[in-house]
Design a protein around this ligand. Structure first.
Ligand SMILES: [Zn+2]
Length: 294
């Protein structure tokens, strides 16, 4: 794995009628692989999902955040990714230990583990009373096409989404990243055809990243006249903490806590997102029980 920091760039082209994002998520995806012990095909599926989520997070503002849930009928089960406007991303899969033989193109069979039926649900916390919710059926299970479909149908923004994860023979992540090109109103048919041609003839995201291209170079590959607006560091961050887990335990209520203390004497709570285990011994549990009673 190359030791370059994960980074996202935002750009625009054709007088603001095209909006574009490109990102390298190699470190993020490898961190998730290590934390969740994902097998290669699962690493690719989770990696593509968090890469899309990282770019969708960059479309948010301030303290807004979002959750992507890929609920396919494949053996990986649900894939969950969370991100925000600060470039903080986390994610997990229900079954990290799934791996399939390569598909007919010699690539990791992401559709095979995700499944070709199901839904992609997106929930955005925009600081309003109710979160924004969007849901689309899975159309391919390869995820790039599925997010393309999500943007077209749920957000009414025609987009091209490229996502890629390249896994080494030792199962670590060699490169990961992606791009989203969004076509805004006012483009001519010729301009759209030009962009589609560039996307159709471009090498895969992982090929470009493996050649050492930076996210802005990847964008310029697709949109030669792209103006880079700004960048954002992308990193794995989990918001869990011992205090938060304690509060969750308190919220179980005195009755349930008494039962837990009687049965197990202690409690161990594992965070789904980072796999960190929080252990509360008998004394800790008594303190939590007192809090629950007050
Ligand atoms: Zn956590």
């Amino acid at each position: 794995m190359e030791n370059k920091k994960d980074r996202l760039v935002r750009g625009t082209a054709l007088n603001g009628r095209v909006r574009a994002f490109a990102v390298r998520t190699t470190e993020l995806v490898d961190e998730l692989r290590r934390r969740h012990d994902t097998y290669p095909t699962a690493t690719a599926a989770l990696g593509r999902t968090v890469t899309a989520a990282a770019m969708m997070g960059a479309m948010l503002k301030g303290r807004e955040k979002l959750t992507v849930m890929v609920k396919g009928n494949g053996p990986i089960g649900q894939i969950v990714a969370e991100s925000n406007a600060l470039g903080e991303v986390r994610g997990y899969v229900h079954n990290p230990h799934v791996h399939l033989p390569s598909n007919s193109q010699g690539k990791l069979d992401v559709a095979g583990v995700v499944g070709t039926e199901g839904f992609i649900d997106v929930s955005k916390d925009l600081g309003l009373k109710e979160p924004y919710r969007g849901s689309v059926p899975i159309v391919s299970g390869e995820l790039g096409d599925d997010f393309t479909y999500y943007f077209a149908v749920s957000e009414q923004t025609p987009s091209a989404v490229g996502l890629g994860v390249l896994v080494e023979t030792d199962n670590s992540v060699r490169v990961a990243g992606g791009f989203i090109i969004q076509l805004l109103p006012g483009l001519t048919d010729e301009e759209i055809t030009e962009i589609e041609k560039a996307i159709g003839s471009m090498p895969s995201v992982t090929t470009l990243l493996d050649q050492g291209l930076e996210p802005e170079e990847m964008l310029r590959y697709l949109l030669p006249d792209a103006e880079i607006l700004d960048g954002l560091d992308i990193q794995f961050v989990c918001q869990c903490s011992r205090e938060r887990v304690e509060q969750t335990l308190v919220s179980l209520g005195a009755h349930e806590l008494e039962r837990l203390i009687e049965e197990d004497e202690q409690a161990e709570v594992v965070c789904h997102f980072c796999n960190e285990a929080y252990v509360f011994d008998k004394d800790d549990m008594q303190v939590i029980l007192t809090q629950a009673k007050s």
